[in-house]
Design a binder for this molecule. Structure first.
Ligand code: IVH
Length: 689
């Protein structure tokens, strides 16, 4: 056998071993950059390519697999139960201060000073202030630098062996980043999940038709305690180290801040958001600062932790039962709490938006007593499946409006009842409607509804609408609050004296406003239609509608089909306009505006000459089911037809309603086509009656 041939495989194997080692080191470095430094060095795609190459290499050369290879993180066989692990140094709990004011820091500091026997004039004690992560405590035991055992806290003395699960967490190094590892280093810390990772996980879960997870903490804790490590590997878990358990063959720093730096130097993820705080004042300042930033953090916390920095002082302070005397957890007010839904009402917004609101049995959450929580909209109520009578979890974070997070379905009473969107606005009794493209239902009484009053008036008086100079938001506020104006029509009966009596309103400016109101009476149909504030009707649409229908009566009488014949009017807009004019409250206000003298020139509609009734003569008789005589006449004219008063041989159609008399007889005599309102609508839409 030639020497070359024999050495060939040896060289190939050596090359494979070299490459595997290089890949493992690269992946470890990228993991460290990503999870510990929070500063990724490669794209996900590049990372995946390295990982796949290592998997393939190890598949071809099984002898190259090392126990700490990144490829071993995938999981493996499920276990029947977790083996118990006795903690050689107990995993202590921490005393919790629930007083949510800065006073808690003073209490802690005063106790520490007393127990350390410090005289009054002594300098402030140095503490480390950290975040209190909301996850699951674990202990990681590194032996000669290699991860040997991972355990949960259990009862503090004996925990569960979750080593195989911990190995799937990429934020947990399989080996310490040191050439000279200690004999034993037990690292204590928290497994947690970032909010964004949690949200993505839930998106995937929902897309797969699964039940969504409740919150990051429970999900992280549940994932660590999965019997199947492959399931743990599917969860985006992270880890923060914050303390030590047993150590051997390791020179410890003199301070806790030194420990945190040492852990970081060993390649463990340590949250950078900690500081040395001197005295109660600096502890309280940290608490306040974190409380303000809490919602901006990428993960959930439930408070901060204060620890005496000096380790010798920690030893002197010692323990009471299961709690160290040298540390305290200073909690934030809980952001979630359970309570019951006593009713589901609706609230009307400035734009008429109807928001379902859960009326709750009072509950203290996020630092205040909450009695109402928003349910956003109808679909949201369905999605969350909230019934009256349900027990629900309510969340109030920061300044945001309290919301219902979820229902505790197991506690639903048999007489719980689902929410039904009311048909009428609780503020004004107008119809509630939901446009096809919208999530939100709205009150259609835009001109009449007290909830929409200020908004409607401001829009009405606006420069591009009725253009009433001087009627701005401050005056609108005053007029509405004083009860002088309820609908836009009331504006036209305001007297100079009434205005002048308002605060900060001189006689002269009152007279100016009255003059501007008077002047606004002379307007155009397009401006008037825009001023009504119909949803989706902007200036351009208002102009199109005015031009197309020529007069207000024709516009008001148009049904959805005829509206859609106007340029650029689709089904949503047509439904919005028809719905607005169908609301009797709005019609009343429009009538009052006309009666007050608001006027415009009605044009012959643009398309009339070419309209579906061009050249036709129509006679109206009797009472039509929905159209007034005027409205029907306006519609005929807007379609290019002539509405005549009497029937003759030249009459093309007689539109007959209830109690039609002589004209109907005459039409029969002359053999003229007789139709009803339906037939008229067909003609207007260009169809055969
Ligand atoms: S130190 C001897 N530091 O809060 C002190 N704990 O009951 C041991 N926690 O079980 C705990 N963040 O899971 C410490 N920065 C932090 C922490 C923290 C969260 C958890 C830990 C512990 C619980 C306190």
């Amino acid at each position: 056998m030639a020497a070359g041939a024999a050495s060939e495989p040896v060289t190939a194997a050596a090359e494979a071993a070299r490459r595997a080692k290089a890949l493992r080191e690269a992946i470890r470095a990228h993991d460290h950059a990503y999870y510990v430094l929070d500063a990724p060095t490669v794209s996900d795609a590049e990372y995946d390519a390295l990982y796949r190459e290592l998997v393939e290499l190890e598949a071809r050369h099984p002898a190259l697999v090392t126990p700490d290879s990144p490829t071993r993180r995938v999981g493996g066989q499920p276990v029947a139960a977790f083996a118990p692990v006795r903690h050689r140094v107990p995993m202590l709990s921490i005393r919790t201060e629930t007083d949510t004011t800065a006073g808690a820091a003073e209490k802690f500091d005063a106790r520490i000073r007393r127990e350390l026997g410090l005289p009054d004039g002594a300098p402030p004690v140095a503490y480390v202030a950290e975040l209190k992560f909301d996850g699951l405590a674990v202990s990681l035991r590194y032996e000669r630098g290699l991860l040997a055992v991972a355990a949960t806290r259990g009862d503090g003395e004996v925990g569960e062996d979750v080593t195989r699960n911990a190995r799937t967490i990429r934020a947990i190094p399989q080996r310490l980043a040191t050439a000279d590892p200690p004999e034993v280093l037990e690292v204590r810390g928290e497994v947690y999940m970032r909010r964004a990772d949690f949200a993505r996980l839930n998106e995937r879960q929902r897309a797969a038709g699964g039940k969504p997870f409740i919150n990051p903490r429970n999900t992280a804790a549940g994932a660590v305690r999965q019997l199947d490590p492959a399931a743990t590997a599917q969860r985006p878990l992270r880890f923060f180290a914050y303390g030590l358990g047993e150590t051997a063959g390791c020179t410890l720093p003199a301070t806790h801040s030194g420990v945190l730096r040492m852990l970081r130097d060993f390649g463990l993820p340590v949250c950078a958001d900690w500081r040395v705080a001197r005295g109660a004042g600096e502890l309280a300042a940290f608490y306040e600062d974190v409380a303000r930033r809490r919602d901006d953090l990428p993960f959930d916390i439930d408070g901060v932790v204060y620890k005496v920095d000096d380790l010798a002082a920690q030893r002197r302070l010692g323990y009471v039962t299961r709690e160290p005397r040298w540390a305290v957890a200073h909690k934030f007010p809980a952001e979630e709490a359970a309570t019951t839904v006593q009713d589901i009402g609706v609230q009307v917004g400035r734009t008429g938006a109807i928001t379902p609101v859960a009326r709750l049995a009072p509950v203290f959450v996020g630092g205040v007593t909450v009695t109402n929580a928003t349910l956003h909209n109808e679909d949201e109520v369905r999605r969350k499946d909230v019934h009256v009578g349900d027990t629900v979890v309510v969340r109030r974070a920061g300044d945001v409006i309290p919301e219902v997070v979820r229902v505790v379905v197991e506690r639903r009473p048999p007489d719980a009842r689902p929410f039904r969107m009311p048909a009428h606005c609780p503020e004004c009794g107008s119809a509630i409607a939901r446009l096809p493209d919208e999530a939100v239902a709205r009150c259609t009484g835009g001109l009449f509804c007290p909830a929409q009053r200020k908004q409607a008036l401001l829009h009405f008086a606006g420069r591009r609408a009725m253009d009433i100079e001087g009627l701005g938001d401050k005056l609108v506020d005053q007029l509405v609050d004083a009860g002088l104006v309820r609908t836009p029509a009331d504006v036209y009966s305001l007297a100079t004296g009434e205005l002048a009596a308002l605060e900060r309103m001189a006689e002269k400016s009152a007279a100016n406003v009255v003059a501007a109101i008077e002047k606004s009476k002379r307007t155009t149909l397009a401006r008037f239609v825009f001023a009504l504030g119909i949803r989706h009707v902007g200036e351009a649409t208002a102009r199109d509608l005015a031009r197309h229908f020529g007069g207000l009566d024709a516009l008001m009488a148009a049904d959805e089909a005829s509206l859609q014949e106007a340029p650029d009017v689709g089904p949503v807009l047509a439904q919005s306009v028809a719905g607005f004019f169908a609301e009797p409250h709005n019609r009343q206000v429009i009538e009052a505006l006309r009666a007050a003298g608001v006027r415009w020139d009605e044009h012959a509609p643009q398309r009339a000459a070419a309209g579906p009734l061009a050249g036709k003569t129509v006679v109206l008789t009797g009472t039509l089911p929905t159209l007034s005589r005027d409205a029907a006449k306006a519609l005929v004219e807007s379609a290019g037809g002539k509405a005549a008063g009497s029937v003759s041989k030249k009459t093309d159609y007689v539109v007959a309603g209830a109690e039609a008399g002589g004209k109907l007889d005459r039409a029969r005599e002359l053999g003229i086509r007789i139709i009803g309102e339906e037939g008229l609508r067909a003609l207007l839409a260009g169809r055969q009656p």
